[in-house]
Design a protein around this ligand. Sequence first.
Ligand SMILES: Nc1ncnc2c1ncn2[C@@H]1O[C@H](COP(=O)(O)OP(=O)(O)O)[C@@H](O)[C@H]1O
Ligand SMILES: Nc1ccn([C@@H]2O[C@H](COP(=O)(O)OP(=O)(O)O)[C@@H](O)[C@H]2O)c(=O)n1
Length: 412
Amino acid sequence: MAASYSRLLAEDSLLAVEADDGDLLYFSCSPASCAAPSRRPPPLLLPLLAGGGSAHSLTVPCSERVPAAQLHAALRRALDAERGLGRPLPLFSLQPRERGFLLLQPGRSKAAQERRLRPLLAAHLPYLRVCGYELSCGDRVWQCPWGADGARRLVQKAEVDPAVHPAVSTLRREAVFGCWKEAQRVLRECIPFIPEARGVLELWDKCPKYPQKGNFPVIVVEGLDATGKTTLTQSLKESMRAVLLKSPPACINQWRKIFDNEPTLIRRAFYALGNYIVASEIAAQSTKSPVIVDRYWHSTAAYAIATEISGGLHNLPVHHHEVYQWPEDLLKPDLVVLLTLSHEERVRRLQSRGIEKTKEEAELEMNVRFREKVEELYKRMENPGCIPVDASPPREAVIENVLHLIENHCLI
Ligand SMILES: Nc1ncnc2c1ncn2[C@@H]1O[C@H](COP(=O)(O)OP(=O)(O)O)[C@@H](O)[C@H]1O
Ligand SMILES: Nc1ccn([C@@H]2O[C@H](COP(=O)(O)OP(=O)(O)O)[C@@H](O)[C@H]2O)c(=O)n1
């Protein structure tokens, strides 16, 4: 009979490894005495070890968010650069809650893998939990912690798959901030490591904290890259005699590249605060004229969730989850238009535009699953939700449709 999730968490530690297709495989690691002999050994590890390969897991305790996120990113870079160490798979430990990597290396002994790993990890070792994996009695896999303090534990395929992706519970803390105070807190913690964080915070300090919208309409245009946001927002600006704003706003754009190269926690805090900075511009401008905004909070949340939650649509947080709700302290637009386009047409437009692609754009183009998740996430956003508009007709028709939509919302 399958063990319950709560029992596994009470007695064992539970690990989730992201397989090649982005889906998750769950293992439990139990003190040998309470391991039921009927529980099967885990896939992935058993064939690898039986074939003479080796495996190590590295996890980063998450006590201090910013240093932990930076260490995790540094490890990823080091492992990606070190070809002789095998393939790193993203790994979540659910008890204690930690993130890290599982290194799988066919045809290399545990001792040999350890010899390559030790110098690479030397500087980080005090802040990491590292375990090697061993095979005994033909089909028993043991987890063996480095250092003297940990007893080895039996690793088995977990008989329960928690219904929720392990990263869902960390989204609020690490990627989709529910209020400006949280984003500000993260950027403050970054100042010792990233001096530019101070620049962003100084600009934010000058902004009113809960600005109110003026009487003119505020319309946001969202959508994947190359769906026609720039084209549409420019036309709306002209035909409505509106002011056109962008998030992130021009005043922090100079630092965008720096934050784009930082781990999720820091990168998303930058974009989140960017939305609050643009909100004060929206408030000021909407007392004088209509305002069009090219990307806003929905983009920040949708991209953050799609990057953090691996696998397919089934792994996304359930409908009406708190991460889909508009932050209460962020100025709300009157209408959010979502431009939708088939994958083929979007790629054609990207190619005909021909400018250099950012890493995330290139990933979007390549990764159909990621694109599907971003689009689905846009549609799950609430209060306000996005209104989808087909962006495939000619430019003039798209603009006309959106102008009708704006009129129907009684905004002009
Ligand atoms: N309705 C349309 N039909 C055909 N091409 C379009 C349409 N709207 C935009 N484009 C073209 O597609 C490309 C991407 O549009 P753009 O407005 O830059 O998208 P985004 O700002 O969303 O990245 C541009 O070359 C643009 O001229
Ligand atoms: N309000 C915003 C705007 C952009 N972003 C991030 O910036 C990326 C897209 O910005 P972009 O400027 O390349 O998009 P386009 O306006 O070129 O389509 C997304 O991948 C998001 O990660 C965000 O998080 N929040």
